[in-house]
Design a protein around this ligand. Sequence first.
Ligand code: FAD
Length: 400
Amino acid sequence: EQAAAQKMVSAALPERFRVGTSRRAPSATYDYLIVGAGFAGSVLAERLAADAGKRVLICDRRPHIGGNTYDHYDEAAILVHKYGPHIFHTNSEDIFAYLSRFTAWRPYEHRVLAQAGDLRLPIPINRTTLNALYNIDLTSDAEAERFLADRAEPCDPVKTSRDVVISQVGAELYRTFFEGYTRKQWGLDPSELDRSVTARIPTRTNTDDRYFLDRFQAMPLDGFTRMFERMLNHDNITVMVGTDFADLRRESLADHTIFTGPIDEYFGHCFGHLPYRSLRFTHETHDVRRLLPVAVINYPSEDVPYTRVTEYKHLTGQVHPMTSISYEYASAEGEPYYPIPRPENQALYKQYESLARTRDDVTFVGRLGTYKYYNMDQVVGQALATYRRLRDRHGSSRTL
Ligand code: FAD
């Protein structure tokens, strides 16, 4: 298995990358050991190496770089996202400019339809969704606002994910689009989840059917993995994939560790396990040019076991006579993907965070390191801010 992993990596990484194995650690020492080669770890590796002149060893237990955004060509030579669809969007010009050093972009505006009975309707809910679902003809924002206001059920205080939706659009739209989807996604009823989960999903009274409204919406032209390769392609950076931190931690390879894996794992779960939601994907290739009208179809019904289906060619713009799709299933078991936003979990995380504050030999960054749902751009922003703090604390040979 290890040999197969190494082979995959050699195919994906430029020749000059030194790829280690979990059996043999390098003998050199480094200024920083970075655990996790996703956005958090890779941005920090790039900045520390290229801007501060530090020597960095970055490892990932998966057989590839890129973390959850890893994309690759499948057997049919179609570019797919191994861990589900990732669409880049940000309002930050600085973050977009920083990433643009490592990739050109393909403009892409994401659209999602939700399967409601026989209908496929735009999500987030907009005026088109309402008109099609209720077979009505709302023609202005004001009419749609009144329509929603008539259905909204005031909740005071708005505490849970259920409260957020019910107070905006009422019980019927809540049941059609949110209840089943959220239960499948989180394994919890929306009434048991923090309001932040559904507060991220807007309701619109216009007919804008884009999923995101950010200023910058684009996909890396050659894919995420290529972008990460360029980011990590530096003489001061050594990359070891297929390598777990557990196999390196006793080697004293660096004075400072940057950990982007689960914070509770780093501390041996000393206060207990932080709960994470996991995902499972099945991938298929079909001998047709196009299967779906948009990149993603959501399935809110609990009668359907998966949460969504993605057709990747919409995201990548690839021209190919066949098409690849993936089905996404949420599960309690498996690799950690999503921190579960509930007050008791946050309280447990705070214990780990306090412990982390007492340690100056390790810094926690990223979605799992800080136990919070972040989009890619937010993780890049967090990593750049962390870099500036480390640079000020540990000194650098150059300035930003
Ligand atoms: P990760 O990408 O998870 O990287 C952490 C890495 O650390 C992993 O590769 C892991 O293998 C490694 N690791 C952990 N522990 C160890 C260890 N002990 N030893 C060695 N390695 C270790 N964001 C968007 O902006 N747009 C989207 O459309 C979008 N879609 C998403 C869809 C899905 C299904 C998911 C799960 C997330 C999505 N996100 C999206 C969020 C995005 O994936 C994250 O913001 C981003 O990947 C977080 O980067 P990270 O470096 O913090 O974590």
